[in-house]
Write a protein that binds this ligand. Structure first.
Ligand SMILES: [Zn+2]
Length: 435
């Protein structure tokens, strides 16, 4: 490995990771953990595998630092969503390099960052880097499903000392956009809360051949679904959104003006800002009668709902009920996951901003609120970790990247993979200094 360039090293590692099928379910992340252990141990990095069940291991590696130093965690997950080879122009588990891009499931989400983090910590170890606090690498299982508690949620609870960190860099940001002629890199500092709910509509059952004798819950539910389809809650400007808008417009427009100002922008940027402005509701599943000839007495509509960080379910329920008006239904919250944030006024932010400025003159970094959530919320909740989503991408347009994630022909430019690796090395040096 001694003579190989960083670029080739990270490319080879990413290809090898893609060739391991870690589609979740079932995950089988242990294959990836073992590959990474072999790679990291060769560079002299201490590794430990943690597994709730043998086939779902996460790997945690570290270069130990002084006990009083701050700890930086480079976080990633090794599982992927599924891929249907029929939709792809290459084998999704080939990891093939073609036209300067590495192709395969996980190339963006997020084996690229796994590989970049691994090569970063390996190369720092080889050069004898002595951090003043622990530099930690974690490649965890089960992010994409996450409800079965095999990954970071389990690690934070059962092995907190392995993953406790003051700072963490995770997935979810790093896209580069051009705003008013200026390059900005998006850093995900906050996430919306996934807060699905059930609307239960009651009627009266009856034989479907005589509609008049019954009160059809499905028909009643249809009115509510239609109404939810046009749900337009009040815009609320979070500090993160204000910072983002100030970069875009040179000033922060008031809540009422935002929608109008967004129309001045190109579609992808407007689409990015839209979910940062308010809670969203999308009806996605419906259940009514189990028989064609029975009019349902109950209709259940499941709605995906995303709250702004800091927003409560009570508050959201008030807005939803006000919108639905005087109809007869029950609203039951199913759960509330995520919705956490980290301040954008921290040494980690300054380090990222400094790197961006050095990397591209005149470029800025701006905070964004992710519409979905990542594993970052487990760290924020368990340890108060300052966690950001940032993996810089300069070649690939954000629109393209978001089209390819979880989709066919997922791929990453080798240039971006190399950029991400250099970023991880630079940020580790900057945050953990020399002892
Ligand atoms: Zn991911």
């Amino acid at each position: 490995m001694a003579t190989i360039s960083l670029r080739d090293e990270v490319t080879e590692l990413l290809s090898a990771l893609i060739r391991l099928d870690t589609v979740n379910p079932p995950g089988s992340e242990t294959h990836a953990a073992e590959l990474l252990r072999m790679y990291l141990q060769e560079a002299g990095v201490e590794c430990e595998l943690y597994a709730k069940v043998p086939e779902r291991a996460s790997l945690v590696a570290r270069i130990p630092g002084g006990a009083d130093g701050k700890r930086l965690l480079l976080l990633s997950h090794t599982d992927t969503v599924l891929a249907d080879p029929a939709e792809w122009s290459v084998d999704p588990w080939s990891g093939v390099v073609r036209d300067g891009e590495i192709w395969g499931r996980g190339a963006l989400d997020m084996k690229s960052q796994v590989a970049a983090n691994a090569v970063a910590i390996a190369s720092l170890a080889r050069e004898g880097f002595e951090p003043n606090g622990d530099l930690i690498f974690a490649a965890t299982a089960d992010e994409e499903v996450g409800t079965s508690d095999f990954g970071l949620s389990w690690l934070c609870r059962e092995h907190p000392d392995a993953v406790r960190a003051d700072y963490a860099i995770n997935e979810g940001g790093g896209d580069r956009a051009i705003v008013n002629g200026r390059a900005v890199y998006l850093c995900a500092t906050a996430e919306k809360m996934s807060s699905p709910f059930l609307l239960r509509v009651r009627g009266r059952s009856g034989h479907a051949s005589i509609p008049g004798i019954a009160d059809n819950a499905l028909v009643k539910a249809a009115r509510l679904i239609e109404r939810l389809g046009t749900f337009a809650p009040e815009t609320r400007l979070l500090p993160e959104t204000e910072a983002f808008l100030t970069t875009m417009f040179g000033e922060s427009p008031s809540g009422g003006e935002v929608q109008d100002r967004l129309r001045e922008l190109d579609g992808s940027l407007a689409g990015m800002v839209e979910p940062m402005l308010a809670l969203t509701v999308s009806p996605t599943m419906i259940e009514a009668s189990q028989k064609r000839n029975v009019i349902p007495a109950i209709c259940d509509v499941t709605c995906d709902c995303r709250l702004l960080p800091g927003q409560s379910q009570d508050e959201a329920e008030e807005a939803i009920r006000a919108w639905l008006g005087d109809e007869d239904y029950e609203l039951h919250w199913i759960e509330g996951v995520g919705g956490t944030r980290s301040s954008p006024h921290t040494p980690l932010w300054d380090a990222i901003a400094g790197w961006v400025e050095r990397e591209e003159q005149g470029a800025a970094v701006v905070p964004v609120v992710l519409p979905g959530f990542t594993d970052s919320h487990y760290l924020r909740e368990a340890f108060g970790t300052i966690a950001y989503g940032f993996f810089p991408m300069r070649m690939m347009e954000p629109e393209m990247a978001s089209r390819l994630v979880h989709s066919a022909d997922e791929r990453i430019p080798v240039d971006d993979l190399e950029l991400g690796t250099r970023f991880m090395i630079a940020i580790s040096r900057e945050m953990l200094g020399a002892r």
